[in-house]
Design a protein around this ligand. Sequence first.
Ligand SMILES: Cc1ncc(COP(=O)(O)O)c(C=O)c1O
Length: 378
Amino acid sequence: MTTTELARIPFFPPDLFEGDREVLLRLLRESGTCAAQRFILGEQTALLERELAEQLGAVDVVACGSGTSALTLVLAAMEIGPGDEVVVPAFGCAPLASSVLSVGARPVFADVDPWTMVVDLAAMEQRIGPRTKALMPAHLFSVMADMPAILALAERHGLRLLEDSAVAQGGVLAGRPAGLWGEAGVYSFVQVKTFGMPGEGGVVVTRDAELGRTVRMLRNHGQDGKARFRHHRIGWNSRFDELQAAFQRHRLPGLPGRLARRAEIAAYYTERFAPLAERGVLAPPPGTEGRCYYVYTLLAQRRNALHEHLAARGIDSHAYYPQALPRQPAFAPYTRPGDRWPAADRAADRALSIPVYPHLTDSQIERIAEAVCDFPFN
Ligand SMILES: Cc1ncc(COP(=O)(O)O)c(C=O)c1O
């Protein structure tokens, strides 16, 4: 069989939930016909929150409308607002900046590590000033930010710490799960995430009961759950869907197995790609400590050529993120003259992610690795 006859390997697989299709249909029927007719923030949501809290050792888990709104709710619960600054990575997903702006504060962009692409500690410290209220590091692709050092930095400067762990559910660093290093962390449940689902949602996870209570209020128009239509704070509608909660509860026991398969695929890639480092394609740092293989990302000197090369072999790849955050038209106006982010710009030019989802077969993984290794490097 020639490569053109082989089935295409998509980057975003269309069959993520195929194995659970019957369960999903059953839950849809049960949820749609149950006597209570409660479709948001009901029993299933409460059970999912409790099960996640138990699994993590968190004091509270609050399910909400998305990872983005989880960040916004925590920032609001921390009373971060106009006049405040939050130090965020210069490379990553738009909500890192937009959530800060949405509460009226200003994101200050710190450059990233040239290999791991997570925020650089020294750059983060340099960006701390008199208006800084919080640090918001993010885990990226497969690597957790250096949370022990960032926690120490936050404590040294008396700053709040919000951990954007949207993509790192399942990662563990120094025995502590991603999400529990900050006063609060978040997970996104968008379908391609490690605990993704067929819809929109996320959670706030926290070790701080009071913060959890405030987030709980803010997700439902500032009501405290005791008196309806009594609004203690200006809140949002960021509620969680009961059908999705029931489906997530069904999928939770399978999460460790899916994470292990992701790690296994990543370890294979990293071993195969080690010799490519001198030829312009750098694999992420190996290992499992502080790692969570949500996405497997290469740094390629000729990124676009590698993307084309893989496409010609029926393999989809994806460039997250083709522009650093402070270069985006939406966020550039909030930067300061003279600020530079050379490592973030380089990452934007070079990062290329290849498929790493758990239901890839061994032969697909082999085919992907072969195709990368076959790239004409010069
Ligand atoms: C680092 C980071 N933060 C926040 C989010 C937002 O999550 P959601 O898409 O659920 O709003 C994402 C989503 O990809 C992300 O990658």
